[in-house]
Ligand binder design. Structure first.
Ligand code: ATP
Ligand code: MG
Length: 251
């Protein structure tokens, strides 16, 4: 059995009076890919953001219950800077900073106090290599990241997330803005990253969840209807609503 990375217990989340997540309890496993699926508005993004406290900034957002990362409560016993260092995030729309390719990747390490050029050079090359984009950008490191294609920008953003050596990478629909070829590149990349990182990924694409993930959680109206090994969810769903969703009958 894989080690537990996140232990979520009785998690409730409210946006003012709106109860968006209902008493969620689940374990997320280390070095596995966990897919979060479900129809629009069911709470996938809300949930993934609780894992690195992105909701802290949302006015009116309240949480109860606990989330532990390697047994440490991320809401009570973690400094947010330390948490974000361990839990990186990649968003739906590629969002490189308006600066050079190199500076995008060096940004996080610099904030964490790394100043030596040789060390930064190594980090930049390693992160871009891990994100399968080094060969495409090695001759244009000083050029603006905004000049890259959408698929390249997304791999750059993944490299940026890796540059601070996180343990976990959260991805909220990382391929929904990309063409099919770029999507497959990201999927290959995610499969490769699993060796070194725990990945949690929101996707609307059932084939994608089936191709890459080890575990799948099916969300509906703020509840997790079913959470299990992906093969089980897809081949032997226990709940009729899961079956209806994955066979495309709603959502
Ligand atoms: N900042 C916010 N303030 C108030 N309500 C919010 C906020 N963010 C999300 N919600 C509500 O919480 C519910 C869950 O939204 P969430 O964005 O988590 O859904 P989702 O599953 O990610 O949907 P999608 O697939 O469309 O991205 C929705 O009803 C949404 O309107
Ligand atoms: Mg969402």
């Amino acid at each position: 059995m894989a080690k537990i990375e996140f232990q979520v217990e009785h998690l409730n989340l409210y946006y003012d009076k709106f109860h968006a997540l209902h008493d969620l309890t689940l374990d997320i496993y280390q070095n596995e890919i966990t897919a979060l699926i479900g129809p629009s508005g069911c709470g996938k993004s809300t949930f993934i953001k609780t894992l690195n406290r992105m909701n802290d900034l949302v006015e009116g957002c309240k949480i109860d219950g606990t989330i532990k990362l390697n047994n440490v409560d991320i809401y009570k016993d973690y400094d947010i800077i330390d948490l974000r260092k361990k839990v990186g995030m990649v968003f739906q729309k590629p969002n490189p900073f308006p600066m050079s390719v190199y500076d995008n990747i060096a940004y996080g390490p610099r904030i964490h106090g790394i100043k030596k050029k040789a060390q930064l050079d190594d980090i930049v090359e390693e992160a871009l290599t891990k994100a399968f984009i080094w060969d495409e950008v090695k001759d244009r490191l000083k050029k603006s990241a905004l000049a890259l294609s959408g698929g390249q920008q997304q791999r750059l953003c993944i490299a940026r997330a890796l540059s601070i050596s996180p343990e976990v990478v959260l991805m909220d629909e990382p391929t929904s803005a990309l063409d099919p070829l770029s999507t497959l590149k990201i999927e290959d990349l995610v499969l490769e990253l699993k060796k070194d990182y725990t990945i949690v990924m929101v996707t609307h694409n059932m084939q994608q969840a089936g191709r890459v993930s080890d575990y799948t959680a099916f969300f509906l109206n703020g509840d997790i209807v079913e959470y299990d090994r992906t093969s089980k969810i897809f081949e032997f769903p226990q709940d009729k609503r899961t079956e209806d969703y994955i066979t495309g009958r709603f959502g």
